[in-house]
Design a protein around this ligand. Structure first.
Ligand SMILES: C[S@@+](CC[C@H](N)C(=O)[O-])C[C@H]1O[C@@H](n2cnc3c(N)ncnc32)[C@H](O)[C@@H]1O
Length: 241
């Protein structure tokens, strides 16, 4: 897989993997992050103010969406199956579900205050285009926030995380998913997860993508226990293009 994106065939495999995992997704997440995943999501969701117009790209079953307290939330997701899981539990008055991809956002220019991609950006098939789209829909001064599993370029933490993903995620997944579901799998979806983690290069690549697309104040911070990172960038007040 290419760190900037993936072929149609690879993307279809990622989507199939996500849909197969759907009902057990959160249980697996909880186990592989030792219960930290929702702490990270809550901390990130708190960056959106009550009056902000918020867009979440790759909202899936709604596990991050549910923490967004803003009055207007757009939840953009390509899979109707995963969106259906979110619709079962979320407030449909406040949250508008949109079907589509981050590479072609079905919203007007300069229309949102915050864009969140939480554990989804790695799965996009064309990350450069999606970052340009984020910039287009953000108002001047608005912010893009990308959260993913931590991936430092090198060093002991990088080695530890690689070990975790390669040797701990697969057995933990086997424990979390019931046998009846696993029997239906044509391919272990967590193999795809490991592949996308390996392919994404490092957190630095997210910063470079945002900077190259004209975002300012770009930076990354670790979330609790350094298992995930949050990369942020602001659309300039004074646009150069
Ligand atoms: C790992 S899930 C993350 C779900 C949720 N945001 C969370 O916090 O758990 C990744 C989501 O990204 C979606 N996705 C994959 N490719 C996408 C694309 N090109 N544009 C928008 N969403 C995409 C998948 O369908 C999936 O729902």
């Amino acid at each position: 897989m290419d760190p900037d994106g993936m072929s149609d065939k690879e993307w279809r495999q990622v989507m199939d993997a996500m849909e197969e995992v759907g009902p057990y997704y959160e249980r697996v997440n909880w186990l592989i992050t030792f219960g930290l995943v929702d702490k990270w999501r809550k901390r990130v969701a708190a960056l959106a103010g009550p009056e902000d117009v918020v867009l979440e790209i790759g909202s899936g079953p709604g596990n991050f969406t549910k923490h967004l307290a803003s009055k207007t939330v757009f939840a953009l997701e390509p899979s109707s199956e995963l969106s259906a899981l979110a619709r079962q539990t979320l407030d449909r008055g406040r949250i508008e579900f949109l079907k589509g991809v981050g590479e072609s956002i079905p919203l007007a220019d300069d229309s949102v205050d915050k864009v969140f991609c939480v554990f989804s950006f790695r799965d996009f098939f064309d990350r450069k285009t999606s970052v340009e789209e984020m910039r287009r829909v953000l108002r001047a001064g608005g912010e893009a926030i990308i959260v993913d599993m931590a991936k430092p370029p090198s060093g002991p933490l990088a080695k530890m995380l690689e070990f975790h993903v390669k040797h701990m995620v697969p057995p933990l997944t086997r424990v979390a998913v019931p046998s009846v579901a696993k029997e239906r799998w044509t391919r272990d979806p967590y193999k795809t997860f490991v592949e996308t983690y390996r392919a994404y290069g490092s957190t630095k690549i997210y910063e470079e993508l945002l900077t190259r697309s004209g975002f300012e104040h770009v930076g990354t911070e670790y979330l609790e226990m350094k298992g995930a990172t949050m990369t942020r960038g602001k659309k300039p007040w004074k646009s150069t293009s």
